[in-house]
Design a binder for this molecule. Structure first.
Ligand SMILES: NC(=O)c1ccc[n+]([C@@H]2O[C@H](COP(=O)([O-])OP(=O)(O)OC[C@H]3O[C@@H](n4cnc5c(N)ncnc54)[C@H](O)[C@@H]3O)[C@@H](O)[C@H]2O)c1
Length: 275
């Protein structure tokens, strides 16, 4: 069903992973999509996939850590497709290791806050004046925005800021009829993550065992939520951080503990990272 017919969307980091699936999902429901990514060849490959399935899309090379390129991305979407309705702020990469407050470098912290916080502000600043009533902004945050892991100060801070900015922006742009929501994915096995798990199947099994639903997520699990929040079906939802994590973050410690104990008993040869 073409719930997004005549809509125009930008998906940053839209070449692969969660952004790739989101671009395909929006296009499958009738939107014209600018697949914006630093990796132009991969963005073009995703556009070819969208077109082969009967959708409409264009690829462009934009680095969202550069405010000029973010401005150009929005201007190109509008000049190419004539309007803008949906902005999915999804792109993320890491150039240097994350760390604790004691170990992280200033440049790693600066870059993380640029790609997760400032780039999102630049994209919204360029996009909102182009959006009419019914516009929808979707920010990809993470469960890391509210549950903390060791030595990941930059990522947790950045994703917590994405959730805060989502709520704040929903207040500012609600009167114009523009909704702003976030999605907080659990562990999503993208093309890149699948590569990372190769050869570590037993450890990956432990991760899956800790999900109440018995599996980790797929890019499509998140893309479906993106499509819903972009659509008129979500017309009364704004300022919300939607957790899409197979129930991973609803558990008390004993539930994790029992799942881990059962799994390690069945797989006594398991090696944890670093062992
Ligand atoms: N995969 C997960 O388990 C997971 C979980 C929670 C949240 N997230 C979030 O979801 C989003 C997507 O993650 P993913 O796992 O799909 O990533 P990915 O690495 O699979 O894909 C990221 C895409 O963004 C592009 N990109 C990277 N830097 C860019 C830049 N500066 N400008 C433009 N494009 C850029 C890459 O080329 C790639 O196509 C990120 O915001 C990430 O923090 C991912």
């Amino acid at each position: 069903m073409e719930t997004l017919r005549d809509k125009v969307a930008i998906v940053t980091g839209g070449a692969m992973g969660i952004g790739g699936a989101s671009a395909r999902q929006l296009a499958a429901h009738g939107a014209r999509v600018l697949v914006a990514d630093v990796d132009l060849a991969a963005a073009e490959a995703n556009v070819a996939r969208i077109e082969a399935a009967g959708g409409r899309a264009a690829a462009g090379r934009y680095d969202v850590s550069d405010p000029e390129q973010v401005r150009a991305m929005v201007a190109d979407a509008v000049s190419r497709f004539g309007r803008l309705d949906i902005l999915v702020n999804n792109a993320y990469n890491r150039k240097e290791p994350d760390g604790s407050a004691l170990t992280i470098s200033d440049s790693a912290l600066d870059y993380a806050l640029t790609i997760m916080v400032k780039s999102l502000v630049w994209a919204v600043r360029a996009a909102v004046p182009e959006m009419k009533e019914g516009g929808s902004i979707i920010n990809i945050a993470s469960v890391h925005g509210f549950l903390m892991a060791p030595a990941t100060l930059a990522y947790e801070t950045g994703k917590a800021a994405v959730i805060a900015m989502t709520k704040q922006m929903a207040i500012d742009f609600g009167p114009q009829g523009i909704r702003v929501n976030a999605i907080c994915p659990g562990h999503i096995v993208t093309e890149r993550m699948a590569q990372r798990w190769r050869g570590h199947e037993t450890l990956y099994g432990l991760v899956k065992a800790q999900y109440p639903i018995g599996r980790t997520g797929t890019p499509d699990d998140i893309a479906h939520a993106v499509r819903f929040l972009a659509s008129e079906e979500a017309a009364f939802i704004t300022g919300h951080a939607l957790v899409v994590d197979g129930g991973m973050t609803i558990q008390l410690q004993e539930n994790f503990g029992y799942a881990q104990a059962r799994y390690t008993r069945a797989n006594p040869d398991i090696r944890l990272p670093g062992e």
